[in-house]
Structures are given as C-alpha cells and as structure tokens.
Ligand binder design. Sequence first.
Ligand SMILES: [Fe+2]
Length: 255
Amino acid sequence: MLLHLSDLHFGTERVGCIQAIQQFCQQYRPEAIVVSGDLTQRARFKQFYHCRQFLDSLHIPYLVVPGNHDIPLYHVWNRFFSPFVRYQAFFGGLEPTLETEHFYLVGMNSIRRRYHTRGHISLEQIHETSRRLKNAPANKIKLVVFHQPFYTFPNEHGDKDCPVLAKIALEAWGEEGLFGLLHGHLHKVAVHDLNQIFQLGFDHPILDIHAGTATSNRLRFGLSNSFNVILEDGIIEHYWFDEKDNIFVPSQNVV
Ligand SMILES: [Fe+2]
C-alpha cells in the first residue's frame, strides 16, 4: 500500500489531521508515502522544520517533491537566486527516486522561480524520467510524482497550470509502462485516464491521480481534508477526514 498525501501547507496545518495520519500509518503501515508538493504555506524555515518532523514521526520511507508554495513568494532575492535552498536543506534532492516492494516512484520538480502556479517540465526532464522508468523492474507499479496535474476539466480549472509539454512526456513515459501520475495543487480529488484524454493509443491506461489537501485548513470547493491510497493491485482508494471522530475514513466509492 502506498499513501499519497499532498498540499500539507505547514503553517496552516490542522492538528486533528496530523494526528489522524499518524494513527493511520501506525495501523496500516503503508510501504511508502508520497507527498506531491506544497509542503509549506510560505516556504519558511519553521514550516519546513515542522513538516520534516511530521514525516519523520511516521517512520515510513517517503518521497516528496516541491510545490509552488515551497519557494519564497515575498523574499525576492531568495526567490530568484536560491529558490530551493530551504527546501533542499530539509529534503535534499529535488527529483528523488524511491523503489519499494510493489512501487517504483520518480519525483519531478515542476516549479520555476519565474512562474507562480504553472507546472513546468523540460525536454531534459522528460528524457531523464524516461530513462529511470526504463530501468525500473518490470513487475513494479511505475508512478511519476509532479505537483501540478496534467489534466483538469475545462469547466473547472482549465489547463492554465498544466505543463505545456504534458503530451510529449506522456508519449515517452507510456512506452516505458507508466501506470500513473500523482499530483496535488488544486485541493481536489480526481482520477482521469490520460491515455484516452490525450488519445495516446497505448493499450493501458495512464492515470492522472489528484489528491486533496491532507492537513491544511485551506479547504476548497467545500471539500474536507483527504488523501489517496494506492493498493498493490493498482486500485485507488480515497479517504476523507471525519471531523467528529478525528479519523480518516474510506470513501464508499472507489475513485
Ligand atoms: Fe500548489
């Protein structure tokens, strides 16, 4: 089991959600945790510190990537000359890889200092990720972690934050057996089949898996806090935070 958290936004975290995730991890022992960006609200030292403390407290291997909130917004010098210095002080590399019993995870950095919210991907990053996916063991579920979604409904958010080279990336990664992508950013859960949406022609789906915010009080669309679980057979489950009992409970509908 893989636990997919996103948009923790430390600085706006809810203690009840933090404790409920700790309890979930103690009970179910996921083999790994992914956090698909926006670890902090304003990229402050203290916020990174508390996020790191929280993830370490779970005692489970984790892979994180940066989100647009993880580079300074107001500190212009740092934003332009060393945007990731705090992030890297706490979490090291910007594009880590993690292999577990059932999963092969490739993290990507989609954040550029010039742009506020849009996700970016370069041809070099596409090739490097292809290379990693190609070298992954064939029996593992291959997932790419990238903060911004590759697709959103036109009437909801449109493609303004989706990476411009999304289709080129998917054509390359689909050849290497990509199962899906793990995202956050919108604070809204969704699963789309990119193979159909982009008419890629592969004989397998490529899932765009969106997570809500797991811990932040920055809730949108009237939705509660939530996270996703990906099982070793590829089934995706969605958990909501139950305010009354302070626990995360599975949705009746499998996403
Ligand atoms: Fe974001």
